[in-house]
Design a protein around this ligand. Structure first.
Ligand code: NDP
Ligand code: MG
Length: 380
């Protein structure tokens, strides 16, 4: 059980729910980090009294420094501030809940210090999974998944050798446009895309759920976390989001983890593992639900998922380009500068434009991330 926690992305959806878990379990928060929401960050800082509050945006950091002048909380800024929050002393676990590949460097820094990583920030593993997992093995550092599907797989696999695993069934709600054809999703607006039927999440991951890029990113995340190749993972649409994922063992047994759709348990378990503590989640009532349903995804209608599965098989720099281009394209879409289908088109274009490297170094990955963003925002 972890007692001293640093929260990167504390003002976001996962970050706020992590703060709730810390409050309920009485865990000490050693550092908080956000991009620019200093109103909430100040509130959190006054409640949890961390040693450090990091704000990525320098102007916002300056404001927070003034606001917290009556406390002994230090305010750091920029990328180095985020890294400091990941490395703050007397910390057992770092919850990586920033959104996007900005999480990569602080995660690596925390791994070097052998802090437990409670990993929500899937983009880190998508863009540099091989490097991150190799570094974690080398340093003997624990990476525990926060993503609900991966937490479920982790719980189903616990203690089982990889040789027993036949395949992973990665479940997906299908998002708000499940069952709609490509022609029917052409006019989707940002407001429509961020309205998820089962989960309340940050804007970027909500759009990713609508395009089902999220499931593609999770597919690559699972390959790295569980050390399996792409042919061992299947995506299964399960609209009720009650089965959080399953593992199929070599003798045909299928083991699933079920629960109400809530991030509380996966966040908490990444911090309490191997212990289990009470949560305040609603209890699952299967009789009331009556039935659970399943279907195969239709890849022709889901170009983002299709691109992601291709990149999962290609490996190398392909997933990094996919993820960075997607981040840039989703941002354009949310700002009304790109259509819903434009997201997949721009990602496909970036994948064509950025040169492929089968075994990239960290420098190559960072350069590809940058090149993919430039290729995505370029007109024409
Ligand atoms: P949100 O958009 O709600 O929150 C993102 C957080 O990251 C905010 O605190 C934001 O600060 C902070 N942030 C963004 N950029 C920076 C930066 N450059 N430096 C420091 N902080 C930064 O996202 P979510 O909580 O929904 O998602 C976070 C991560 O967790 C993503 O990788 C997502 O894929 C993953 N995840 C989320 C789930 C969910 O249910 N929401 C489920 C599973 C995984 P500010 O508020 O100041 O902008
Ligand atoms: Mg998930």
């Amino acid at each position: 059980m972890m007692h001293n926690i640093s929260i990167l992305g504390s003002t976001g959806s996962i970050g706020r729910q992590t703060a709730d878990v810390c409050r309920r379990l009485g865990l000490r928060v050693t550092a908080l980090a956000a991009h620019r929401d200093i109103m909430l960050l100040e509130q959190q800082a006054r409640e949890f009294r961390p040693r450090l509050a990091a704000v990525y945006d320098p102007a916002a950091a300056k404001e927070l420094r003034i606001a917290l002048a009556d406390t002994d909380i230090r305010v750091a800024e920029g990328a180095s501030g985020l890294e400091e929050a990941a490395c703050i002393e007397d910390t057992d676990a770092v919850v990586t809940a920033v959104s996007g590949s900005v999480g990569l460097k602080p995660t690596l820094a925390a791994i070097d210090l052998r802090r437990r990583i409670a990993l929500a920030n899937k983009e880190t593993l998508v863009c540099a999974g091989s490097l991150v997992m190799a570094r974690a093995r080398e340093k003997n550092c624990e990476i525990l998944p926060v993503d609900s599907e991966h937490s479920a797989i982790f719980q189903c696999l616990e203690g089982r050798p990889g040789s027993q695993l036949r395949r992973i069934w990665l479940t997906a709600s299908g998002g708000p446009f499940r069952g709609m054809s490509l022609a029917e999703t052409a006019k989707v607006t940002p407001q429509m895309a961020v309205r998820h039927p089962n989960w309340s999440m940050g804007a970027k991951i909500s759009v990713d759920s609508a395009t089902m890029m999220n499931k593609g990113l999770e597919f690559i995340e699972a390959m790295h976390l569980f050390g399996v190749t792409a042919d061992k993972i299947r995506v299964l649409i399960h609209p009720e989001s009650v089965i959080h994922s399953c593992v199929e063992l070599r003798d045909g047994a299928v083991i699933a983890q079920l629960g109400v759709p809530s991030m509380t348990l996966p966040i908490q378990y990444a911090l309490t593992w191997p212990e289990r503590r009470e949560t305040d989640c609603d209890e699952l009532n299967l009789a009331q639900l009556g039935k659970l349903t399943f279907e195969d995804p239709c890849l022709e209608d889901l170009p983002c998922l299709s691109l992601a599965l291709d990149c999962a098989r290609r490996g190398g720099t392909a997933p990094c380009v996919l993820s960075a281009a997607n981040e840039a394209a989703v941002s354009l879409f949310l700002n009304g500068k790109l259509s819903f289908h434009g997201i997949a088109e721009r990602v496909a274009r970036a994948l064509e434009l950025v040169p492929f490297d089968p075994e990239p170094s960290l420098e190559t990955i960072l350069a590809c991330d940058e090149a993919a963003r430039i290729a995505t925002v370029a007109e024409g």
